[in-house]
Every structure is written in structure tokens, then in C-alpha cells.
Design a protein around this ligand. Structure first.
Ligand SMILES: [Zn+2]
Ligand SMILES: [Zn+2]
Length: 132
């Protein structure tokens, strides 16, 4: 039986629980993720849409690009999810919002072609120019 994992935003208004990742989590270095979060990279893990359950409050939806909806806490700004209509059955969740981020340790770097100058991870994980 899958154990549930939990997380939430910085202020605590948004809480969620979900299943374990369905594939290897990734650090994304793309321009959209960078600007949404204001950081050089964002760690994501993926779960089936029906396996992500929010508490009393749901995050605010934001259409960040055609076909893509991201969500964040409207009170504190924490980025929580990424959903793409090209793969509607799954949703990405930020590893950093987990209560125990070690449960979804990233194993690859994606969109390295968008990485900011000096962002050159040297952790031995595979690096991909785009999605990988
Ligand atoms: Zn919040
Ligand atoms: Zn990205």
C-alpha cells in the first residue's frame, strides 16, 4: 500500500497529501520556473492528478503559458503545482513544499539550456538540455 506524503505552503494556509512520485523527480532550470519562484531552479515531483488532495483551502491557479496552469498560495506566494494539458492525468508538485523533501529526491536536471550563468550543477546527476 502506498504511504501518503504531505506538504504545504510557507504560511500553512494550504496543505496537501499525495502519493509517492510516479517517476524520477527533477530539478527544472527553465525560464518559467525560475521566474515563477524567483530561484535558479525548482525541484518537482509528479503524481497522478487524482492522488493529490488539498485541505480546506485550495491554491490559486495561474495560467503561466498556453496549456499550462500553475498554482500558489495567495497569502504567502509558495509555488505548489504545475499542470500541463498535454499530460492531463498527472500533476507536478514542488519538492520544497513537502514536509519531508527527502521522500522525493530529484535525480536529474532538466532545461539546462535555460540555466542562468554560473548554474552548473556538479552533483553527478544526469543533465538534459530540455525535458529529459
Ligand atoms: Zn501560504
Ligand atoms: Zn520548468
Amino acid at each position: 500500500m502506498e504511504s501518503k506524503i504531505t506538504g504545504g505552503c510557507h504560511c500553512g494556509a494550504i496543505r496537501y497529501r499525495c502519493s509517492r512520485p510516479v517517476h524520477l523527480p527533477a530539478y527544472c532550470h527553465c525560464q518559467s520556473c525560475r521566474r515563477i519562484v524567483g530561484a535558479h531552479a525548482v525541484a518537482w515531483f509528479t503524481v497522478p492528478v487524482e492522488e493529490l488532495h488539498f485541505g480546506a483551502l485550495r491554491p490559486t491557479q495561474y495560467p503561466s503559458s498556453p496549456g499550462v496552469t500553475r498554482s500558489h498560495c495567495s497569502a504567502c506566494g509558495t509555488t505548489l503545482t504545475y499542470w500541463n494539458e498535454k499530460d492531463p492525468g498527472v500533476i507536478d508538485v514542488t519538492v520544497a513544499s513537502l514536509d519531508a523533501p527527502g521522500l522525493a529526491a530529484p535525480g536529474r536536471h532538466i532545461w539546462m539550456e535555460d540555466a542562468v550563468a554560473g548554474d552548473s550543477p556538479n552533483d553527478g546527476l544526469p543533465r538534459f538540455p530540455q525535458d529529459g
